[in-house]
Ligand binder design. Sequence first.
Ligand code: PNS
Length: 188
Amino acid sequence: MKRIKAVYPGSFDPPTNGHLDLIERGGKIFDELVVAILRNPEKDPLFSVADRRKMLEQMTAGFDNVSVDTFEGLTVDYALRVEAKAILRGIRAISDYEYELQMALMNRKLQPGLETVFMMPAEKYSYLSSRLVREVAQLGGSIERLVPELVEQKLHEKMDVAHKFANGEQLSGKTPSEGKSKSRKKKA
Ligand code: PNS
């Protein structure tokens, strides 16, 4: 019997309830779904790849056919390596469409045998993005119900460290990298 494996690539910095919603939907239509976190040495993420992996593993522990992995380089090369037939991506609003279309067509050019499958998360997550979650959390707003509790907890821990660092407590043994999230660049 033909089994269809898909890869759901992304930055997941941090993973949100919108991602989880998409994973749940993807897990229902694909036999196997690999959530693949891009290891991008050029970006300055809020969470390390190891942290994001741990969060996603905990979030998806209840899904038998979902696994979490990390990759570097082209998504299509990774998908081929793990013998996936499809790339799953979420489209929230029309504003996502242009970027996603470009990516899907470029991926098709690179690897014509791979299909990109778009799914829509629940409407209540249509405005949700990792970038906004980071921004709201960094500015002290509530991110309740936008991310799983375990992610909320991790974000609060990060913000506490950043606050202490900004308040001059770096002399008490905190490393600069723990405190640098205040000045990080925004990204999608
Ligand atoms: O969660 P994001 O940041 O929107 O995910 C973007 C991601 C990781 C899917 C995209 O940047 C990607 O596929 N990067 C890997 C490099 C690659 O394949 N680039 C060509 C894409 S057409």
